[in-house]
Design a protein around this ligand. Structure first.
Ligand code: FAD
Length: 375
């Protein structure tokens, strides 16, 4: 009988494993993929998550692998600088957003989990069913063609936005798809922006860029329609058109077109099942909060178990984490709103508003919001 079974070894399940290991709980992480993920989705690691990593002694390898984004430059049409968000005041320990592709983050978390609790991650283990039998849960999973059962006091669904755990418990996951679509790609960094993130509020739609490790830069452009079969030249043309920068299409190392959604599970705690990460909430990636939100769910849940897991503590966990997800959803919606196309007059008004806001002393507050300091 284990204390906890974690279903899903994505970034959130892996971090929860590290937290439980440090608290001396018995657990296993069941992950259906035989190999670590290869997709570079999330790149932004915010100060609250870095602080949570540091308490476990696992921040150093992430810091060594990533690059530090110390400010965000906001620009309008024709390169006009509207203002700058400085992240220096958002955290005494980590006054920056760390940029690191998600697959590298997952590799590091997996290595740290193996160091803290060897053999607890089981790859190629796909969970098929879960049964709540009162004092414990029984999970059925398949691995290498064989069916296995495992028992635990709690099961955590960290199995992503299409969560089987949520589906089996019939927990509703209401939400919607936004009209906004995006095209994103990684290229050698041929700009002079250095460690700054650049948010370009263009009349045709937002164009963002972020430094990445290895001398690369990620570009994200809002598009009117979803590019069904994108090619690098689609993105380089948008970048050229919006800010005049030439990107070498032949040197694109990642390209993806995506649409964005928001969802929030009606419950995060149902008996002995607890949902965290994307299984509990999906937030638009514009603003880079989803993975961080999941890590903070994991840290809050580990605290609940560290304090005896009373029903009251679990209820308060659920309330606080649902509220955090709602805040992140609103923050992402504000980000998307400012990045929508504007008519010429609307563009002038928008630039005037943003310039005024950044000059008004609201900058530190906005820097806090962008680094998830109010979650
Ligand atoms: C384009 C894009 C950019 C993004 N950028 C950012 C960013 O900059 N910052 C940020 O914070 N977030 C960002 N996000 C969001 C982030 O990628 C997700 O929030 C994050 O991956 C969620 O982690 P998770 O562990 O909850 O779920 P997932 O990453 O989906 O992991 C779930 C795991 O569960 C496993 N699994 C599923 N079902 C089963 C089963 N039945 N049995 C066993 N295992 C199972 C899956 O194989 C998977 O490994 C971005 C997302 C996108 C699409």
């Amino acid at each position: 009988m284990l204390d906890v079974l974690i279903v899903g070894g994505g970034p959130v399940g892996l971090f929860l494993g590290c937290l439980l290991a440090s608290r001396g709980l018995t657990f296993r992480v069941l992950e259906r993929r035989a190999e670590a993920g290869a997709h570079s989705r999330a790149i932004g690691i915010h100060p609250p998550a870095l602080e949570a990593f540091e308490t476990l002694g696992i921040a150093s390898p992430l810091l060594a692998a990533g690059v530090r984004i110390t400010s965000g430059l906001v620009r309008g049409e024709r390169g006009a600088v509207l203002g700058e968000l400085e992240f220096g005041s958002v955290s005494a320990r980590f006054p920056f957003i760390l940029s690191l592709p998600q697959q590298r983050t997952e590799q590091i978390l997996e290595a740290e989990l193996e160091r803290l609790a060897p053999g607890t991650l089981q790859r190629g283990a796909e969970v098929k069913a879960v049964q709540d039998v009162g004092p414990h849960v029984t999970v059925t999973y398949e691995q290498r063609g064989q069916t296995h059962k495992a028992q635990a006091r709690y099961v955590v669904g960290a199995d992503g936005c299409r969560s089987l755990m949520r589906g089996l418990a019939q927990i509703p996951y209401p939400g919607a798809t936004y009209a906004d679509k995006y095209l994103m790609g990684d290229f050698p960094d041929t700009t002079a922006f250095g460690g700054a993130a650049v948010i370009g509020l263009h009349a045709g739609g937002v164009l963002e860029s972020f430094p990445l490790p290895g001398g690369l830069r990620r570009w994200v452009a809002r598009t009117d329609t979803l590019h069904a079969s994108p090619v690098a030249a689609d993105l380089t043309a948008l970048v050229q058109q919006r800010n005049g920068h030439h990107l070498p299409s032949g040197e694109c190392s990642m390209l993806s077109a995506f649409e964005v959604r928001h969802h929030l599970a009606a419950q995060m705690v149902r008996g002995r099942l607890i949902l965290i990460g994307d299984a509990a909430h999906e937030v638009s990636p514009i603003g880079g909060q989803g993975m961080n939100l999941g890590w903070l769910d994991a840290a809050a849940l580990a605290d609940v178990w560290g304090n005896g897991a009373s029903a009251r503590a679990l209820a308060s966990f659920e309330r606080e984490r649902r509220r955090a997800a709602q805040m992140a959803t609103r923050q992402a919606e504000i980000n998307m709103f400012f990045g929508r196309p504007a008519e010429t007059v609307g563009q002038r008004r928008r630039e005037w508003l943003v310039r005024g806001l950044l000059a008004s002393g609201a900058g530190p507050l906005m820097a806090k919001a962008f680094t998830m300091r109010w979650l």
